[in-house]
Design a binder for this molecule. Structure first.
Ligand code: NAD
Ligand code: GLY
Length: 371
């Protein structure tokens, strides 16, 4: 088991641990009893994860006399909205919770963002534990306290910063993840590597087969390494005034692709992969990024099985959707671009024409690229 500590620069936010290891869900009851003195827990999970891991999680909690309530929502990004939040409030409020009740997000990033939003708002804030069961949630969404929901106007536009009290990642849950979800998680790892750590990039490139087959030792190393990178950036800038925006490399394009697809067409990690390709191409023009680095990014994403082109895309609709991004200031797009590996820059004066060309560069067929 590996543990990473997250220590934010605030006296009002408690430091927390991220525990990463196989079999951790079986320990969740004793851990929450000891670390948080939990007496009542509310497990919020989705319709795919509930049949797989809810009983095991509840049994561990009940085994140490913690009262367990559970609430489910329909799996998928399309449920990450105010309607589902309303249904969860309707479900939970009559069950007379008090402010000591601990909300547990059991599932992927959608469960984490939704349950975290419930925890941030119900009774003006409840303690919150993340139990991520996707690679993407383990390496990114479960750490750093961003919680929230989507709106028809754009992705993640409603939300809060509400840090978890603990993150418990049971790597054994990855065994049931579809191959596509492993690839999506690897997209965020590739993002961390490109914005921060060339050694992580080489690790992913050389160990890719072991990662895709979820080899336990390699996976534990990958998750702990990525959590460490995310923790360092969140510690520098918890409220995304500056450096935390680096974590959005590929996301301004990616979120727009998700919005235009109405959260059905692409998984988050797939949209991020496409977004990183567009951002790298724009980085070549704007910051002189070496085109060999873009080629290295595309080669790795291709090997992972992530999309790197989107024939037939509607560049105008995607460009319009980018205008609702939360990083924008005074109507100007702010984009995270790369001068080199581990040299991200936040740029706000990119001409619309160049952004449009970067989107349009994804609109190629296989034959046209020679892949
Ligand atoms: P997800 O939660 O939809 O999970 C993907 C799919 O895998 C779902 O169908 C889910 O039911 C299923 N699943 C989950 N665990 C499983 C398991 N162990 N076995 C089998 N199936 C399982 O999506 P995700 O990719 O985990 O997360 C994407 C979401 O995370 C997006 O909404 C994104 O905006 C958000 N996100 C948030 C942050 C943050 O900092 N808050 C960071 C990155 C991403
Ligand atoms: N996923 C981006 C962030 O947490 O800031």
């Amino acid at each position: 088991m590996e543990t990473v500590q997250v220590q934010l620069p605030s006296h009002t936010i408690a430091p927390y641990s991220v525990r990463v290891g196989a079999g951790q869900l079986g320990e969740i009851g004793p851990t929450l009893r000891t670390d948080l003195d939990a007496r009542t827990c509310v497990i919020i999970t989705d319709s795919n994860v509930a049949p797989l891991y809810l009983a095991r999680t509840a049994a561990s909690l009940e085994g140490v006399d913690i009262r367990v309530l559970a609430a489910q929502f329909a799996a998928g990004e399309a449920a990450k909205n105010l309607r589902t939040v309303g249904e969860l409030y309707d479900n939970l409020l009559p069950r007379r919770l008090d402010r000591n009740a601990v909300i547990i997000a059991l599932g992927g990033g959608v469960a984490g963002d939704l349950a975290g939003f419930i925890a941030a708002t119900l009774l003006r804030g409840l303690p919150f534990v993340q139990a991520p069961t996707t690679l993407l949630a383990a390496v990114d969404a479960s750490v750093g306290g961003k919680v929230g929901i989507d709106h028809a106007a754009g992705k993640n536009l409603i939300g809060a910063f509400h840090q978890p009290r603990l993150v418990i990642t049971d790597l054994a849950t990855f065994k049931t993840l579809p191959r596509r979800e492993i690839a999506c998680g690897l997209a965020e790892c590739v993002k961390h590597a490109f914005i921060r750590d060339g050694a992580l990039l080489s690790f992913i490139e050389t160990r890719l087969d072991s990662l895709i087959s979820c080899d336990p030792v390699t996976m534990e190393k990958l998750v702990a390494w990525n959590v460490q990178i995310k923790a360092e950036i969140v510690e520098m800038d918890p409220y995304e005034k500056n450096q935390r925006a680096w974590l959005n490399f590929g996301h301004t394009f990616g979120h727009a692709l998700e919005t235009v697809g109405q959260y059905h067409a692409l998984q988050h990690g797939e949209a991020v992969a496409l977004g990183m390709v567009a951002a790298a191409r724009l980085s070549e023009k704007r910051l002189g990024l070496n085109s060999a680095i873009t080629a290295r990014l595309i080669a790795l994403l291709d090997r992972i099985g992530l999309p790197t082109r989107l024939p037939g895309l509607d560049a105008g609709a995607i460009f319009n959707a980018m205008k609702t991004d939360k990083k924008n200031r005074d109507g100007a797009l702010r984009l995270v671009l790369l001068a080199d590996i581990a040299r991200p820059e936040i740029i706000s004066d990119v001409p619309a024409e160049q952004v449009f060309q970067a989107i349009e560069s994804l609109n190629v067929t296989e034959t046209a690229t020679g892949h």
